[in-house]
Design a protein around this ligand. Sequence first.
Ligand code: PAF
Length: 275
Amino acid sequence: MQIHHTISGLRAALRGAGRVAFVPTMGNLHEGHVALMRQARGHGNVVAASIFVNRLQFRPGEDFEKYPRTFEADCAKLSEAGVDHLFAPDEGEMYPEVQTYAVEPPPDQAGVLDGEFRPGHFRGVATVVMKLFAVVQPQAALFGKKDFQQLMIIRNMVRQFALPIEIVPGETVRAPDGLALSSRNGYLTAAQRAEAPRLYRAISRIVSGIRAGNRDFAALEAEALADLRAHDWSPDYIAVRNSLDLQLPAAHESGLVVLGAARLESTRLIDNLEV
Ligand code: PAF
């Protein structure tokens, strides 16, 4: 695997390389990322990944500073997964001047759910992804479904800007007890780790309820929130939404997704399941 720290170096290496399948990450890679890298192989003859902890998508007081930087271990995993090129810029390379131009996703997509609790987050994500797309110029890019709202916003951004990039979703990878793999799971104490799958179970129960014919989404959400609160979680939201646009569904609608975000002390976990 070739490692590039500069835009010019990466561009020179990719010139004439063929169809590039790209997986952007913030590092601290786990099996979910590795699955995306392997999946990428089916979407391009060259697989490129990036590692960049993007300050723009963190709010003051969030975990930008403590976000785990595990470059050596990440490189080993990427090589093992067959990645050809890694783009790993520092902040000076990505943001040599203050990034005053930005991609502003619409509030009905970026101001709800995670966007309500992390204002500006998706503006930061969309801006860095647009910039990474401009740098890498991939023909395909892969994003995990665990960040369901992020995937939807990127997909809509690519469509509206007519970017010639196929956006490919990757399934959420879970631990045997159901917990969705996430770089932030590493913040959990042993006791919190044992408690963490409750979020997945709460979302799963809603999915089962809907599949069994219960269309009282508000009641299903309220029950899940109560269960989490009873076990010392601080939920931000549990929400049944339309899976295409994340808007509130009518009772008869199909194509639903159940999303949740909740904190176990200072660690915020998110998860979702399509119905
Ligand atoms: O999902 C992530 O890891 C990040 O939001 C992304 C897409 C790499 C942008 O920084």
